[in-house]
Ligand binder design. Structure first.
Ligand code: HAM
Length: 422
């Protein structure tokens, strides 16, 4: 290798790190992501939600249309480029505009209330830090066509059910509810300009990130008197949703007037779920009611309520609580061979087992038996069988449990039932 380098002009090697802010998923990582997504799908289906999907690519105008006024997301946080045909394309930074577009396209054929979920990957050009990456997978759960606060309560109950399904207890997380409608009414009552209303939302959104005195001074400066926004008296819509939630046994939901959400499309009750563990401070999940987004596409209003839950923060939530299931590869059994001449024999047995639904990997006999066994253990494959002449002739096999070292002797026809019933 080195001598090659001396003769050639020194070639720059390509780095092995993934692109900034995105992740490589090796089998253990992919298994965890699969577990998170499978748990999410299972919970959504139990609530009667159907899965949908869409492309990563969207026309850039979807995020520039009227109403989509989250300047930060549009101008600074998207991956937007020109395709070869001169169209401006964006890698979706969130799913809500996409699902609103899909809904508007088929409004007449879709029955309401319509319950939908999806688990897309999203791209945001963010300053990367713990809990914030440039690509994440986000469960989106949305209910269309209902103005009832029972719909808001159902959506929040799903968020609650998800954490319980991950093995959490109610004290591990808190659901904080705020109200856009209340704050809009307050802004009207105080006669705030549109600009100052937006400034009030932005201040509330950043409240926890600034000293209390500065928050109070800035609020006063835009015309919101102290004490106007207090946590003591939940607005009517929030109070009604809290009652519905407690009637279904959800005791960890509270009113928090600082919950406003970053996106401007929200119109009613909004909420975020927080980990109560001090090491995982970011919102795990966020959403709320957004009744006007489909108006981007035509004049009809479709009431909507939903939320997004990211895999990164959920991963941290599971990690700090020891709730990540131990890794088990999907391969149940490894067939080792004393030498390369046994490959045909081992392939025949593997074929037979696969036809009966057993997940099997075989060795090609290029390394010593002890190395083959070490590799199987390294991959955490639970069982190993050495397939040589004796085994092939007698039709009797020794199944080794690689974790415990214990052996079980089985006849050929007993092998598949042994692995599939475990
Ligand atoms: P969001 O608050 O931007 O809402 O994202 C929802 C959740 O996705 C966050 O609470 C967080 O867990 C996760 N998340 C967001 N950005 C990142 C990131 N850069 N890295 C890792 N995780 C992230 C929405 O996106 C709304 N569209 C949700 C919604 C659906 N509202 C109604 N329906």
């Amino acid at each position: 290798m080195e001598s090659e380098g001396k003769n050639n002009a020194k070639k720059e090697k390509i780095g092995t790190q993934p692109y900034k802010g995105v992740r490589d998923f090796y089998p253990e990582d992919q298994t965890l992501l699969n577990y998170i997504l499978a748990t999410e799908r299972d919970v959504c289906r139990r609530f009667g939600y159907e899965e949908y999907h869409a492309s990563i690519l969207e026309p850039a105008e979807l995020y520039r249309g009227k109403g989509a006024d989250n300047e930060e997301i549009i101008n600074e946080q998207t991956y937007t480029f020109m395709d070869r045909g001169g169209r401006e394309v964006t890698l979706r930074p969130e799913m809500t505009p996409t699902v609103a577009r899909m809904l508007a396209a088929r409004r007449r054929d879709l029955g309401f209330p319509l319950r939908l979920f999806s688990t897309p990957n999203l791209f945001r050009y963010e300053a990367t830090q713990r809990g914030r990456l440039r690509e994440h997978w986000q469960l989106n759960v949305d209910l269309f066509g209902s103005d009832s606060l029972a719909a808001d309560a159902e959506i929040i109950s799903i968020a609650h059910a998800l954490f319980m399904a991950f093995g959490a207890s109610q004290s591990d997380f808190v659901i904080k509810l705020g109200s856009r409608s209340y704050l809009n009414a307050l802004a009207a009552e105080l006669g705030l300009s549109e600009e100052n209303t937006r400034a009030m939302f932005a201040l509330l959104d950043r409240k926890d990130k600034m000293p209390q005195e500065k928050f109070e001074a800035d609020m006063e400066a835009i015309g919101v008197p102290l004490g106007k926004i207090s946590a003591d008296n939940p607005p009517e819509d929030v109070a009604a949703v809290l009652t519905l939630l407690s009637e279904s046994g959800i005791d960890n939901a509270v009113f928090d007037p600082s919950i406003v959400r970053g996106f401007a499309y929200y119109t009613g009750v909004v909420f975020e779920v927080y980990d109560t563990h001090p090491e995982n401070k970011r919102a795990l999940c966020g959403g709320g009611r957004y009744d006007n987004l489909t108006k981007l596409f035509d004049d009809e209003r479709v009431p909507a309520v939903g939320f997004g839950l990211g895999d990164v923060t959920v991963g941290h939530f599971l990690e700090v609580r020891g709730l990540i299931p131990p890794y088990l590869p999907s391969t149940r059994v490894y067939l080792a061979v004393p030498s390369e001449v046994h490959v045909a024999t081992v392939q025949a047995l593997a074929h037979e087992l696969r036809q009966q639904g057993v997940t099997v990997a075989i060795d090609f006999g290029e390394k010593k038996l002890s190395d083959q066994i070490r590799q199987a253990s390294k991959h955490k494959i639970p069982y190993l069988i050495v397939v040589g002449d004796t085994e092939a002739q007698t039709g009797t096999f020794v199944v080794r449990n690689l974790a415990t070292g214990s052996d079980t002797t089985l006849k050929r026809e007993q092998l598949a039932p042994f692995f599939t019933t475990l």
